[in-house]
Design a protein around this ligand. Structure first.
Ligand code: MLT
Length: 412
């Protein structure tokens, strides 16, 4: 008889966002009038239309595809040169960072890349994650068999949890023990925290000392407005030897539905093979890509490249300004209720501590019931998120203002 991957049976709950959607659906079915009033500040999904520059480029690409000369079949799996060059030039080289075009791998999403990267890393690595954490980092390691059993509090044996709290500004310090693979996400999902240059220098020094690899998720980089905060891990000397960076067009260019992202794998990053030798991981990632992926569609990549045109850059800036404007409104609303509020300044997420003694899911239910607002319960991101909730700033201005008014009207 066929057997299954029993690691999947270790997974504690459904993936967080489908679980929230299930609860919201049950609520709206039971309360049809509340359903019309519902404001969704849960999943971080963009709401504003695709930039004009992107649409124009995609229309032109579609027309090109309709001609014999301009038709594109299979493209290069790792992305068309025009997009890889635009990324490496604009996001890195123009900022003084040394990244080659062929170190960029274009994909259909950072979530997919975050899971896929485990294919080329050993099963015996010690994994460290921030807590609270974007659940994909943990669940993909559970699925790959890199953890022990799940515990009651939702954590897993075998993973090193780096606790993030108001005390450490939601930025973990390097642990005493040795971790081989460390997931860092800045600006952070879910807490909205950012790491300073000094903090990232400590992490790079730790990784170089232990031969570890940093998996650096910079999907929200566009939201950094503080000039002292690094936008890329490669701003830190030594990071090209120990860090892989994940970036996405989802949250800057509005591509959550269009799907395009990229991973930077510097040729200097190495890991040890079973024979004890240090080998570069770039060829392995390249091999994986060309074997398991057929590339992002030509039309989508043309759309993504248009984000680097002058018009595209201006439109990205205005989208970011819009969502950060929402974040300010929502931050101030929660703060005016006497709640402790974090994030939302260099990130589109606001991380709020609920009233003492109230669990995250209780807050979720109350906000759904009383204000018809969907938020994300902090405990869904890990044990250290208990008692918190996350408000996403991805919304229309009108809905953000209305959500803020309802939050203020709640009896906290
Ligand atoms: C979130 O709400 O945390 C994000 O939408 C997750 C993601 O980008 O996959």
């Amino acid at each position: 008889m066929a057997t299954l991957n029993s690691n999947y049976l270790k997974l504690k709950a459904g993936y967080l966002f489908p679980e929230i959607a299930r609860r919201v659906k049950a609520f709206t079915e039971a309360n049809p009038t509340a359903s019309a009033r519902m404001i969704r500040c849960g999943i971080g999904d963009v709401t504003e239309p695709l930039p004009l520059a992107v649409r124009a480029a995609m229309h032109a690409a579609i027309d090109e595809m309709g001609t014999r000369e301009g038709f594109h079949g299979y493209g290069p799996e790792q992305g068309y040169e025009f997009l890889r060059t635009a990324i490496a030039t604009n996001d890195y080289r123009n900022r003084g960072l040394d990244v080659a075009d062929d170190e960029i791998f274009v994909s259909d999403g950072s979530k997919c890349d975050g899971g896929a990267i485990l294919d080329i890393l050993g099963d015996d690595n010690r994994i460290a994650v921030m807590d609270p954490v974007y659940p994909v980092y943990v669940d993909t390691n559970v699925m790959a068999g890199h953890t022990g059993e799940g515990r009651e509090d939702g954590s897993y044996e075998g993973i090193i949890y780096l606790e993030c709290s108001a005390e450490n500004g939601f930025v973990p310090t390097v642990p005493e023990e040795k971790a081989d693979i460390i997931y860092l996400c800045f600006p952070n999902n879910p807490t909205g925290s950012v790491a300073s240059r000094t903090q990232l220098e400590e992490w790079v020094a730790y990784a170089l000392k232990h031969g570890s690899i940093l998996l650096y998720d910079a999907a929200y980089e566009a939201y950094i407005s503080d000039p002292s905060v690094p936008r890329s891990i490669y701003e830190i000397p030594g990071a090209r030897e120990c860090a892989i960076e994940f970036r996405s067009f989802s949250k800057n260019g509005g591509f959550t539905g269009t799907r395009c992202a990229f991973t930077v794998v510097p040729k200097l990053v190495t890991a040890r093979s079973a024979d004890g030798e240090r080998r570069p991981i770039h060829p392995l990632w390249h091999r994986r890509f060309t074997t398991k992926f057929n590339g992002v569609s030509y039309v989508t990549q043309r759309g993504a490249a248009a984000l680097y045109s002058d018009q595209g850059k201006a439109e990205v800036a205005s989208l970011v300004e819009h969502y950060i404007g929402n974040a300010k409104i929502l931050r101030e609303a929660a703060s005016s209720c006497g709640l402790s509020v974090f994030g939302g300044e260099n990130a589109p997420y606001i991380w709020v501590k609920g009233p003492e003694g109230v669990t995250s899911w209780q807050i979720f239910d109350r906000m759904l019931d009383e204000a018809n607002i969907v938020v994300t319960p902090g405990s869904g991101f890990g044990r250290a998120g208990e008692g918190y909730f996350r408000i996403s700033a991805f919304n229309s201005r009108e809905k953000a203002i209305e959500a803020a008014a309802r939050i203020k009207a709640m009896a906290w």
